[in-house]
Design a protein around this ligand. Structure first.
Ligand code: NAD
Length: 499
């Protein structure tokens, strides 16, 4: 049995708390490793290393810091297959999808190579007689991030790349379900030339998270995960005076207008609804066809596609569309919600409940499900299922469809499929959701834009990656400078105003 470690001050360090979490192989249901769960003392040790290393890193000029990231990009490309394999082994997603997970993180590392440009301050010459004014963006110090199981490469990189590019030290507390890739990323960053202590990995659960939240040296906390934990971390972290950004759960609606190309819309829904077994915060989990005729056509297109989905372990290679869900508990929760859908009267058009895979009977595989004629009051509509379950809610008009998405408590992503530019434009303008796709089912913005939802999908103001990340990981300091003569002429006792 492999015993995983923390990564502290440039070395793999065994856990000392005596507490461990099982890291499962979701395809077989077997325990494949033990993940140490850090105590408060172990977290504090990481903070001490980070605090000692950070000033010199912040004083390293931004171009040199960027060169470390350049090198990291090439190492990530070199090790892409190795990272993807380690990721699939613990998460269960297919190899191409795992490589995509690494790639979407790598793209943020590439963006952060622009740190010298992005960190340039502002300057006003002669803001007043003999007065210059300038603003600088300075590193926060020691920062921390807590990440979910579903993107164990991408989301850590979305946090640590801008954090270290800005001159901070970063402590990552990844998900205890799939901690191996985060450990590999920390090793690669050091191989790229990052000084020891600037990127550390502390594995753990709530105990480590609370140690982060109540630590006075840690200046900021980034979190991605489920909404109840996001709310807890935001409230607690803010009350401790930290800068906090938390990204939570989702229930993403895709509206299908009567003029949409139904085959295209169905293809899009298959990937967006069932890819990664539905375990994506940008998955489409609700399809809203407008009009019964549209709904009937859509269901007709969807059913054969869903029935031909190939579900299996990542080791079966490209023949698999999606893998198992992450844990037995996740599988049980999906099954429970599916049962509520049946009990509450939704029509189960594709029933994946009997799905079994020979040789993998103990794995956490869930067959694909499709519900039709679901309504707003049903649990399958209200809650995030985070599994391969697509729920169709029929709307009788565009207004009813947009109203559904707007009334839902989550506001991460959404999409509209139509050939009508006017409807698409109206949708993009009015919808109260952070990321919008027009004939694009999973509108995850690229690295140089920012990523973030609205409503209960986010707590905090600034988004992830793009220019917002450089704001989140720096503080602004504004200097007003006056040289020689003024002060010699005596003090001024009223607030200066421009005449
Ligand atoms: P989770 O909330 O269970 O765990 C996320 C992190 O919080 C993990 O590191 C975990 O160890 C820690 N944690 C868990 N329970 C805790 C507690 N009681 N106190 C303190 N820390 C705790 O989420 P998950 O199951 O790993 O990830 C899936 C969720 O993440 C889904 O809801 C999904 O929508 C969401 N997600 C959101 C985004 C986004 O950008 N909005 C992206 C990816 C995933």
């Amino acid at each position: 049995m492999q015993e995983l470690t923390h990564y502290l001050n440039g070395a793999h360090v065994k856990g000392t708390s005596g507490r461990f979490a099982d890291v499962m192989n979701p395809a077989t249901g077997e325990v494949q490793a033990k993940c140490p769960l850090a105590s408060k003392e172990e977290l504090e040790q990481a903070v001490a290393f980070a605090a000692a290393a950070q000033p010199a890193w912040a004083a390293t000029n931004p171009q040199r810091r960027a060169r470390v990231l350049m090198k990291l990009v090439s190492l990530l490309n070199r090790d892409m297959d190795k990272l993807a394999e380690a990721l699939s082994r613990e998460h269960g997603k297919t190899l191409p999808d795992a490589a995509g997970d690494v790639q979407r993180g790598l793209e943020v590392v590439e963006y952060c190579i622009g740190a010298p440009e992005l960190l340039k301050g502002e300057y006003t010459d002669s803001a007043g007689p003999g007065i210059d004014m300038y603003s600088m963006r300075q590193a926060l110090g020691v920062t921390a991030g807590i990440t979910p199981f579903n993107f164990p490469a991408m989301i850590p990189m979305w946090m640590f790349a801008p954090a270290i590019a800005c001159g901070n030290a970063f402590i990552l507390k990844p998900s205890e379900r799939d901690p191996s890739v985060p450990l590999m990323l920390a090793e690669l960053a050091e191989e790229a030339g990052l000084p020891k202590g600037i990127l550390q990995v502390v594995n753990g659960d709530k105990e480590a998270v609370d140690a982060i939240l109540y630590n006075d040296t840690i200046q900021s906390v980034g979190f991605v995960g489920s909404t109840p934990i996001a709310e807890y971390i935001y409230g607690t972290g803010c009350a401790q005076g930290k800068r906090v950004q938390c990204f939570g759960g989702a229930k993403n609606h895709m509206i299908i207008m009567p003029d949409a190309d139904m085959a295209q819309a169905a293809d899009a829904l298959i990937g967006a609804g069932y890819g990664a077994a539905g375990e994506r915060c940008m998955a489409i989990s609700v399809a809203v066809p407008v009009g019964d005729e549209t709904a009937d056509k859509l269901i007709k297109e969807l059913v054969p596609r869903i029935e031909s989905l190939k579900v299996g372990p990542y080791t079966s290679g490209k023949d698999v569309d999606y893998g198992p869900v992450v844990t037995a508990a996740a599988k049980a929760n999906i099954e429970r919600l599916v049962q509520t859908g049946i009990d509450q009267g939704a029509e189960l058009v594709v029933d994946g409940r009997d799905f079994k895979l020979q040789g993998y009977e103990d794995g956490y595989f869930v067959g694909p499900h499709l519900f039709d004629r679901a309504t707003k009051d049903m649990d399958i509509y209200k809650h995030e299922i985070f599994g391969p379950v697509l729920t169709c809610v029929r709307a009788q008009s565009y207004e009813e469809a947009i109203g559904l998405a707007m009334d839902h408590e989550y506001g991460n992503g959404t999409a509209i499929f139509t050939r009508d530019g006017d409807a698409a434009r109206d949708f993009a303008n009015r919808i109260n959701v952070g990321m919008v796709g027009i004939n694009v089912p999973i509108p995850v913005p690229l690295a140089y834009h920012t990523f973030g939802g609205w409503k209960k999908s986010v707590f905090g103001d600034l988004n992830q990656h793009g220019p917002d990340a450089f704001k989140f990981y720096t503080r602004t300091k504004t200097v007003t400078a006056r040289w020689p003569s003024g002060i010699k002429e005596g003090g001024e006792f009223s607030i200066p105003v421009m005449e």
